[in-house]
Design a protein around this ligand. Structure first.
Ligand code: HPA
Length: 248
């Protein structure tokens, strides 16, 4: 079964036929909400709204450990994270979809590991490739099957938020090698790795990052809404296609 974590703009899945909701308690506290089980085109999926179903949790307030733990208790083929980002690279205009390949983590103070406490052995998970290679491939091939290929690759920078970045911070991220910027990819990706669950991201460009293109004076999110809505329609189609493949 495929798990989907929906970010900003994706608090529910329009094409999901809901069968049940399950409140899961974890040793790490409560997830952002109940897990929503249902079917897309007859294939079972489980959905979780990262910011809560009322979109009330800021990126730094999300209990990532509880979210990932709750999902990992299910029989999963993998987790697809749908996350909104600001575009840094010149071709990452609002409305574009991209499957990042790498991450740079700028967050701080978040509960970012399961391996802590004197009762757990010191463990260093490998994170050379932060996203599952086969799951990335599945997103990419589904988009190709739909004759609507999404962009492949790129570096996702994860900032702390909830404020957006300054133009100088974006220049710094760019010189670090970042192509896009978001606030929720970490520690989510790393916790999935610690739990051994394949995880990949489908990023939706919601705006130009600070200082870029039409965001030189301030970030224009409103103007981007229409293209983002259209991009989210594509996300739905890709997930529909993927749910048919991830039936394990
Ligand atoms: N910065 C950080 N996170 C984001 C942005 C941004 O510009 N847009 C959407 N998520």
């Amino acid at each position: 079964m495929l798990a989907i974590i929906g970010g900003t703009g994706l608090t529910k899945l329009a094409n999901l036929n809901i069968s049940r909701r399950q409140v899961v308690r974890t040793p790490y506290g409560d997830p952002s909400g109940a897990l929503t089980f249902g079917e897309i085109n007859g294939n079972e999926v489980v959905f979780l709204a990262r910011h809560g179903y009322g979109h009330t949790l800021s990126p730094h307030e999300i209990n990532y450990r509880a979210n990932l733990w709750a999902l990992a208790q299910q029989k999963l083929a993998g987790i697809v994270s749908v996350a909104s980002v600001g575009g840094i690279r010149a071709d990452l205009a609002p409305g574009k979809l991209i499957v990042p390949e790498q991450i740079i983590d700028y967050t701080w103070g978040r509960k970012h590991t399961y391996f802590e406490g004197t009762d757990k052995p010191v463990t260093h998970v490998d994170f050379t490739q932060p996203f599952s290679v086969p799951l990335r491939e599945m997103i990419l091939s589904s988009s190709k099957e739909l004759n609507d290929p999404v962009l492949d690759g790129g570096v996702y920078a994860c900032t702390q938020g909830p404020r957006l970045e300054t133009a100088a911070e974006i220049r710094r991220l760019e010189s670090d090698g970042a192509d896009m910027v978001g606030m929720t990819g970490m520690p989510e990706a790393c916790l999935a790795r610690e739990l051994g669950v394949p995880y990949a991201m489908l990023a939706v460009v919601a705006n130009w990052a600070a200082g870029k293109n039409d965001s030189t004076q301030e970030i224009h999110l409103r103007a981007a809404n229409e293209v983002v809505a259209e991009a989210l329609q594509k996300v739905h189609r890709i997930l529909e296609c993927m749910s048919g493949v991830c039936t394990v």
